[in-house]
Design a protein around this ligand. Structure first.
Ligand code: AMP
Ligand code: GLY
Length: 428
């Protein structure tokens, strides 16, 4: 089969790497891909941007692509799956209607409320004075979120009224998120431990992937501004078998049922960002209509099943009776970002001495590209060094050893990825 993967990040490198291992797959195109996908066997980068839906569709038609897998949320929210379906192309990714679960926090919260799926109490505002009155009434800490897509940067946890006022004004008055911040959701602050719970679905059946936890904050101990994600590991020990069952029963199946009732087709990955408290009560923090980045990187290292076959079957509404095989080892990935990320950073810095792939180690590229023959940085998150180990701690050790070999003068990365899981391993 011929496969097209849309996107250019670490997630898309990990997906194309995994897909390239399938005996069913002859050729893989990545649009536009990165320096890492360029190096993979049977993978070809093509120069079409992930947001160029018509260009991608034309390419898929011309090349007679059998399966297209969409990595990032933007094209999904803009309706790429509907456009592909209209043209008779198999597309692994939810419809525009369903992708609103990620594209609009207001839609997502209203949907959760309607279908009785647990989430934080909330209210939606377009008026900054009313928003601030609500904050005064509810008290701090409180969470302020831009309604639309903001690349993981639209959420502020306000610890006092001044911080809340600033976040409200930046979104509603200064419009720092543009249209995405024309509305805001203000919600109850939840405490507990977070986990990423990702399933593959054909709209009816859901196959849970191994659980994971990512580190969204830039700085150690999860402090500092939110980023797209600075590292992740799998499995997330907070999701024990009781919690796992609850998430499937109270969140995943009711969500699929709700989508069916609303008439929104969902084929693809559904990602529930969960908050789990000490009593194993759970609430949905967010939905993503795609795989997580960087969660994909450690999870793909553990996956033993044929991903291409599964995605194809999902598109054929044929996921019943499918299960996953995965490696029981633990996995951990650390993102190397450019100094200054998530604010201003430089690109075009040379990167050398990337360790070669081994059974238990793989460097997934994100913001990299080849300029003539040298590999250079080309984004905020530059690569994700990922390893398998008998414990999270051993995987972490392998990752940091590998990082020490890499030459990239702008490298910025956290030194504590996986610390919660490692503390639990040490307790045991
Ligand atoms: P979101 O994009 O909604 O997942 O928010 C990004 C991050 O902000 C989450 O991963 C949490 O760490 C944090 N966050 C979001 N909503 C809440 C909440 N209601 N209570 C506490 N933390 C939150
Ligand atoms: N790692 C979080 C996300 O992909 O949204």
């Amino acid at each position: 089969m011929k496969v097209l993967i849309v996107g250019s990040g670490g997630r898309e490198h990990a997906l194309s790497w995994k897909i390239s291992k399938s005996p069913l797959v002859k050729e893989i195109f990545v649009a536009p891909g990165n320096g890492g996908t360029e190096l993979e066997n049977s993978v070809i980068n093509i120069d079409i941007h992930a947001d160029d839906i018509d260009g991608l569709k034309q390419f898929a038609l011309n090349e007679q692509i059998d399966l297209t897998i969409i990595g990032p949320e933007n094209p999904l929210v803009n309706g790429i799956a509907d456009k592909f379906e209209e043209s008779g192309l198999r597309c692994f990714g939810p419809s525009k209607g369903a992708a609103q679960l990620e594209g609009s926090k207001e839609f997502m919260k209203d949907f959760l409320k309607k279908y009785n799926i647990p989430t934080a109490e909330y209210s939606v505002f377009t008026d900054s004075i009313k928003a601030l009155d609500y904050v005064r009434e509810k008290g701090c800490p409180i969470v302020i979120k831009a309604d639309g897509l903001a690349a993981g940067k639209g959420v502020t946890i306000a610890n006092n009224i001044d911080e809340a006022k600033e976040a409200i004004d930046l979104a509603l008055e200064s419009r720092i998120f543009g249209e995405a911040g024309r509305k805001i959701v203000i919600e109850e602050f939840l405490s507990g431990e977070e986990a990423s719970f990702i399933v593959m679905t054909d709209g009816i059946n859901a196959i849970p992937f191994p659980t994971s936890q990512d580190h969204k904050a830039r700085d150690e101990m999860d402090k500092g501004p939110n980023t797209g994600g600075m590292g992740a590991y799998s499995p997330a020990p907070v999701v024990d078998s009781i919690v796992h069952k609850k998430i499937m029963q109270d969140v995943i199946y009711p969500t699929l049922k709700g989508l069916q009732e609303e008439g929104f087709k969902y084929i693809g990955f559904l990602y529930a960002g969960m908050m789990i408290d000490q009593n194993k009560n759970l609430k949905v923090l967010e939905f993503n209509c795609r795989f997580g980045d960087p969660e994909t990187q450690p999870i793909m290292m553990r996956l033993e099943s044929d991903l291409a076959d599964l995605c194809f079957k999902a598109c054929e509404s044929d996921l019943s009776n499918q299960t996953l095989q995965w490696n029981e080892k633990k996995s951990l990935g650390v993102v190397i970002a450019a100094e200054g990320y998530p604010s201003n950073y430089e690109i075009n810095k040379e990167i050398k001495n990337i360790p070669l792939e081994k059974n238990d180690l793989k460097v997934f590229h994100a913001g990299t590209r080849f300029q003539e023959d040298s590999l250079t940085s080309n984004g905020g998150r530059v690569m994700c060094v990922t390893a398998l180990g008998s414990s999270i701690q051993s995987a972490q050790k392998k990752v940091y050893n590998a990082i020490s070999e890499i030459t990239y003068e702008d490298a910025f990365y956290r030194k504590d990825i996986g610390y919660r899981a490692i503390a639990r391993e040490e307790e045991k």
